[in-house]
Design a protein around this ligand. Sequence first.
Ligand code: FAD
Ligand code: FES
Ligand code: FES
Length: 481
Amino acid sequence: MISFLLNNEPIHISNIDNNCTVLEWLREDKKLSGSKEGCGSGDCGACTVVLAEINKSDDGLNYKAINSCITFMSALDGKQLLTVEHLEEQSQLHPVQQAMVDKHGSQCGFCTPGFVMSMFALYKDRSKGSNDDLNRDNIEHALSGNLCRCTGYRPIIDATLQACDQPAPDKFSKTESDVVQSLKALPDNQGVDGLHLPKSRTELAALINKYPDARLVAGSTDLALEVTQMYKILPQLISTRYVPELNSLTIDNKHLVIGAAVTYSQLQDTLLNEYPELNELLTRLGSLPIRNQGTLGGNVANASPIGDMPPVLLALDATLTLDDGEQSRSLPVQDFFLDYKKTALRSGEWLRDIRIPAKVNASFLSAYKISKRIEDDISAVCAVFNLQVENGVVSNLRTGFGGVAAIPSRCAALETAITGETWNRETMLKGKAILANAFNPIDDVRATAQYRKDMLVNLWQRFWLESQNHNHTELRVLQHA
Ligand SMILES: Cc1cc2nc3c(=O)[nH]c(=O)nc-3n(C[C@H](O)[C@H](O)[C@H](O)COP(=O)(O)OP(=O)(O)OC[C@H]3O[C@@H](n4cnc5c(N)ncnc54)[C@H](O)[C@@H]3O)c2cc1C
Ligand code: FES
Ligand code: FES
């Protein structure tokens, strides 16, 4: 069974097509057609709905916008699902809806329910105590997953500012504790035929053993596209979202240990606290709804050559823990990617966690993403450089690149040639010559091979230039040398 609340109605599902998305279920089974299908691939936001989940630290609710078109029904278990139909109260529009009317934020209206739901998630987030001024940046961030093709964004941003700057308690605030109680009262489920919800490593191992063709699913922001874009039928799905080892986030004095099923939104503060340099890359990874669902583990296990986090993990010398329920083994991330979309996972194994070393003092890290759009776009090239300089000499350089080879790659030739050299212009030029011929990227819709090669060389030069202004004693000594 899968159990959740649809607004305040408890829903228990014991039989459903395991490839059914939340959007299909809403529109076709429940005839709730306010949520629209624009792209079916997480790119437009017309299908945005909100999931409310118990926040264990204060026993309240967290509200997150997600793309229902690429979310399987397993993601709903134990949560409250809210759609645009649920916002009004006794025929009164919710403040976010009223603001869209007041500010003329809608023309054809196709995108409007999705925008309204992203605004609603921001409204609830801010009503939970954010005292920061609401500015255009915060709003763009909250609406980063929503496209509008006819109104233009200014009236929508104005509407968001009106509604979300000082959010008053709404009907959801009044019923929050009742909803928490109702969520707690939902049964502890195992899923339905074809859609499994294991609660432990042992259960996960048993299911993988029983269904060798099954696919693991975390946030489904990659996997669901196989259904909605490639029209595949996935035979069995096993969710990783309820296995504790895959959902924990811990820090010891040497590592951040990030469970494979932890979402970007959940890991963001911890990772950025250690590596603030990753802020731009992380806030440009997909959109807010994608980061609310997508996981670091999914990004690694998917083994895409254009995933954004593998280059970061390569440059940070991260280690992966692979598990089969009986034994686990540790593998440096660079040994995980074998060939295009082929990984070192053995039959019966899964990715349990990702271990990122704590920051080394005096290191200079930069992560660059080159894509056609700032938000919600896949990289044409991703380049990450992690440098340590001691007494003006490079003591260590680790690199990670995406979009330039069949797998996420380091450039060993560059790392070896630069380590031990004085960190000066000549060394930078030496690196440029190496990078110019280090990879043989392909031409595709995102970029030509030559553009990608040029980008690598230019980003390396940019890294060197930026390091000259870095607030780091060793590097400043160089700058004035
Ligand atoms: C609109 C849109 C924008 C995107 N933008 C970006 C972007 O900017 N940068 C980027 O890098 N990616 C982007 N992506 C891709 C995707 O969001 C990420 O790769 C995300 O991290 C995938 O995580 P997930 O939890 O959704 O994975 P899922 O889709 O659940 O799984 C992905 C794959 O990993 C496997 N898997 C999952 N967990 C495990 C595990 N524990 N062990 C073994 N195998 C496992 C699954 O079987 C599947 O094959 C985007 C996707 C969309 C739809
Ligand atoms: S329909 Fe476009 S994001 Fe879902
Ligand atoms: S109002 Fe028409 S697409 Fe936004």
